[in-house]
Ligand binder design. Sequence first.
Ligand SMILES: [Zn+2]
Length: 463
Amino acid sequence: MALRITFAGGAGTVTGSNFLIESDEGGRVLVDCGILQGRDFSSETMYGDFPYNPATIDALIVTHAHLDHVGRAPKLVRDGFKGKVYMTSATRDLATLILEDSVNILAEEAKRHHLPPLYEETDVRRFLKLVEPLSYHEEKVVASGVSAYLRDTGHILGSASVRLTGSSGETLALTGDIGNSPSPLLPDWEPVPDADALLMESVYADRLHPDRAMRVARLRETLKKAIAKGGTVLMPAFSMERTQLMLYEISNFMEAGEIPKIPVFLDSPLAIRITDVYRNHSLEYFKPEIQDEMKREGDIFDFPFLKKTLSREESKHIHKTHGSKIIIAGAGMSHGGRIGIHEARYLPDSKTTLIIVGYQAPGSPGRLMQEGAKHIRIRRHDVRIRGTVEILEGWSGHADRDGLMEFAAKALPRAHTIFTALGEPESERFLAQRIRGFLGGNAKVAQPGETWEITKGSVRKIV
Ligand SMILES: [Zn+2]
């Protein structure tokens, strides 16, 4: 007996995670159903048919709530999928917010390309109805001849790797995204020592992240310097994970008296709601020391100077708070959301500091500012940048080269094959080479559309 895996999406690309696993008994399981980001929106990969009939799929397992792993799932339902969906309860709650938010963004994109929306709110609701939460470390039969088992990957709240077991005990695991452990909030990623074959992400396989201790110190020093100028500190932040990390660190700095206690505005409805999900799931998902801290000190994402501006009205009044203040708002690459309003108002002021803490895609306003642009177009206005732009590295949620190698090393005693995927082609090749060269393992770069058969002792390419 064997399991077969087809690389339907996420081979040779960072995004668009989508893998089909079949058993000899006829079970058909998908792991992830994500959007391919950064490509032509109207392309076949977004709107085209899935390379399998969604109606024939028994189950979809979602590794975590990023759109490149779950964003195409409502379309899957729209196209006939009627199976069960498995994910951790935190992933379900985050995916609910992220998918509801994406409906509007996708509708706007579609309009610009004169296309119908990729999916609508009703599709999201139908998809969410199919979800059955699955906890970490709970074996579950998900299709004929296939059972699933989730482990924490420490990437974002609720993120999981999936181990699938066939009827002869053959095992195939898929990592989803692997966290940049140790994280301040989440437990370290769990090794996968029991997979005959492993499919691994490789986003940062060719890079090292800066030292973690340095990143907190640099954030503190940057904030100190920015506040000392007496102006506004702008932090465009991604709503999930990055925003919660920033709130946690700022709260710590203020409590320790390391930075002045000035007003902090969390000006993003999505980020406010996601922070609530983080808080609600803290007892189940945070690392023990953070749980202790919460028992001792209460909410770690709230502090006396934090103001959450949920409504547009409240947001409009932020500028009435004079003197130094911090504004955290989406979008993370300054490509939309409320941050633009604040950038247009405050960037022409030389006392302003803009702090960039995440990856900025080429062409995004954030990237232009990172590269030193003195003028940018925001909301149809030409904005002159007189403020200071600071770039802080090391806040990535992905394991780097050494983290990925450590993950591979811990899987290798059992794994006879590692497929590298979910990275740019060079990264995937680099990781496969290093696994072969440094760890003596058998590694292959997953190629789009290929199908491989996995048994306890070997893999074989079928298509
Ligand atoms: Zn992710």
